[in-house]
Design a protein around this ligand. Structure first.
Ligand code: PAF
Length: 284
């Protein structure tokens, strides 16, 4: 596996790959890789001949009061894991490579409306940071496809919108959420939880599963379902931010007849903000 940190070096490698006609997959990450990321690399390998994994802790998607500084940076360990997982390239650029004009002067890419809802309501500017960096990564890496985790469901829907709206020639694929034995969705932020918090945080997935069961049983009182899930999460000592039943295609509010749904949740466990979701397919 090659470790590359400049756009020029990556472009030179792409030029070597180009005549071979290989499909290139990109797995964008912020590092501190866990089983969930490695399953995305696996999915990338199943769908492409060449796999680039980017590791870049993107400053523009963190608000000033968020955990950018303390976000875990474990590049050497990540490199080892990626090389064992069979990635071709670890692309780990510095901020100056991604934002050559500096962050204050950077061109931004924003998907309107949806970026201001749910996660966007609690984290203003977060999704503009995500779309701005992912668009740059696509322009540098020229992937045929890119793989993202379903755990960041809203991010995935927003990126699909960006790709369609900007006619970007890249196919997006979502990989399933990897979970601990108790159901807690794997996240780099789980490392900030102590043992008790890790046990308590599993309530988020339990509450999502309870809503799923009620939906499957025919319950369509979305608001009541959201309230009872929030109560279940609060009873375990977490602070729920939102629980929302949405249409899984575009995150619009569902109607009684909607059959392709997603239940999204965000809650704070101490100072750690956690998100999760479950997709629910109902019979037509
Ligand atoms: O999901 C993430 O880890 C990040 O938001 C991403 C897509 C790598 C952009 O920084």
């Amino acid at each position: 596996m090659k470790r590359i940190d400049t756009a020029e070096e990556l472009r030179a490698l792409l030029a070597e790959w180009h005549p071979e006609g290989d499909r290139i997959a990109l797995v964008p990450t912020m590092g501190n890789l866990h089983k969930g990321h490695l399953s995305l690399v696996e999915l990338a390998k199943e769908n492409a001949e060449r796999v680039i994994v980017s590791v870049f802790v993107n400053p523009t998607q963190f608000a000033p009061d968020e955990d950018y500084e303390r976000y875990p940076r474990t590049l050497d360990k990540d490199a080892l894991r990626l090389s064992r997982a069979g990635a071709d390239v670890l692309f780990a650029p510095a901020a100056e490579v991604i934002y050559p004009n500096g962050i204050a002067q950077a061109t931004t890419v924003t998907v309107p409306d949806l970026s201001a809802e749910l996660e966007g309501e609690s984290r203003p500017g977060h999704f503009a940071g995500v779309t701005s960096v992912v668009c740059r990564l696509f322009n540098i890496c020229h992937p045929n496809l890119a793989v993202f985790g379903q755990k960041d469901f809203q991010q995935y829907v927003i990126l699909k919108r960006m790709v369609k709206d900007l006619h970007l020639p890249v196919q997006l694929i979502a990989g399933p959420t990897a979970r601990d034995n108790n159901g807690l969705a794997l996240s780099s932020r789980n490392g900030f939880l102590n043992k008790d918090q890790q046990i308590n945080a599993a309530v988020i997935y339990q509450a999502l599963c309870a809503v799923t069961t009620m939906l499957e049983d025919g319950d369509r009182d979305f608001t009541a379902l959201e309230h009872s899930a929030a109560e279940q999460i609060a009873a375990a000592g977490l602070e729920p931010d939102y629980i929302s039943v949405r249409d899984a295609d575009d995150l619009s509010l569902p109607s009684e007849g909607s059959t392709h749904l997603v239940v999204l949740a965000a809650a704070c466990c101490g100072t750690v903000r956690l998100i999760d979701n479950v997709v629910v397919e109902l019979p037509v």
